[in-house]
Ligand binder design. Structure first.
Ligand code: NAP
Length: 252
């Protein structure tokens, strides 16, 4: 049975991949949605239109999650157009092309940490200001999208990315314990190798067959398989789950 006031969830990086799959699943489960993206306006708009057909209220909110002013404006738009936020999925993330640490530029490392780490902090801050009972909010739930790479390190490929996801793991545990007493549950997921465009964006599509051969499950994960875990962690079914990281890596 659907709640009287539907949950309202912001998904960052929702124009494609895991974010878009999560949007589809949450809409089907009765969430109203704010879909964040940075560049792919047409894809985000098409997804929003698709989800409105399900009867959900859906808006697109472009912002670079690593830019504080843009993040603040994004949340103010959600306040004005949709109302009281109850959920956040910190999903936006980037990788850079495979290099060793001794070949990494400062600009590259900063870019990866800005989006993956700072972006998650900035969005969580704005979400807490709205959801926390300490600030007069109704409570809510946050899911951070980390990676199995946080624990594997990705040597010779992208140690910066792995380290940024390691930071997300610590962030998840600390924030979870900081705000659970204010009615906000914070958890995370650590996906394995999922079939999305992120690999091509990092110039690594040609490495996928070799990577799959080394996976216990012998296939890539699908974005909807990650979305299921995110939706569960956001839901009341996970009411006693706090500061958990779910590994979803096909045994990896
Ligand atoms: P993807 O297909 O490359 O999609 C990334 C999304 O993030 C896009 O919607 C993109 O929007 C958005 N984005 C990128 N930079 C942004 C920024 N600065 N501000 C706002 N949005 C931004 O990636 P994915 O594979 O679905 O990955 C989603 C999350 O899962 C990431 O955090 C990733 O690290 C994590 N993950 C993925 C895998 C995997 O194998 N795919 C494994 C483990 C963890 P625009 O295109 O509009 O810029």
């Amino acid at each position: 049975m659907q709640a009287l006031t539907p949950p309202l969830t912001l998904i960052t990086g929702a124009s494609r991949g895991i974010g878009a799959a999560t949007a589809r699943l949450l809409a089907a489960r009765g969430h109203d949605l704010a879909l964040n993206y940075r560049r792919e306006a047409a894809a985000a708009q098409a997804l929003a239109e698709e989800l409105r057909q399900l009867g959900r209220r859906v808006i697109c909110v472009p912002a670079d999650v690593g830019d504080e002013a843009e993040v603040q404006q994004m949340f103010e738009r959600i306040d004005a157009e949709l109302g009281c936020l109850t959920g956040l999925v910190n999903n936006a993330g980037i990788v850079a092309p495979a290099v060793r640490v001794d070949e990494m530029s400062v600009a590259r490392i900063e870019a990866v940490f800005r989006v993956n780490v700072l972006g998650s902090f900035l969005c969580a801050k704005q979400a807490i200001l709205r959801m926390s009972r300490r600030h007069g909010g109704p409570g809510g739930a946050i899911v951070n999208v980390s990676s199995r790479a946080a624990q594997l390190g990705s040597p010779g490929i992208y140690v910066d990315y792995s380290a940024s996801k390691g930071a997300i793991d610590s962030f998840t545990i600390g924030l979870a314990r900081e705000v659970i007493g204010e009615g906000i549950r914070v958890n995370g997921v650590r996906p394995g190798i999922i079939d999305t465009e992120i690999h091509a964006s990092g110039g690594m599509a040609d490495r996928i067959p070799e990577a799959v051969a080394g996976l216990p499950i012998q296939r890539l994960g699908r974005a909807d398989e990650i979305a299921e875990a995110i939706a569960w962690l956001l839901s009341d079914a996970a009411s006693y789950t706090v500061g958990a990281m779910l590994d979803i890596g096909g045994g990896r």
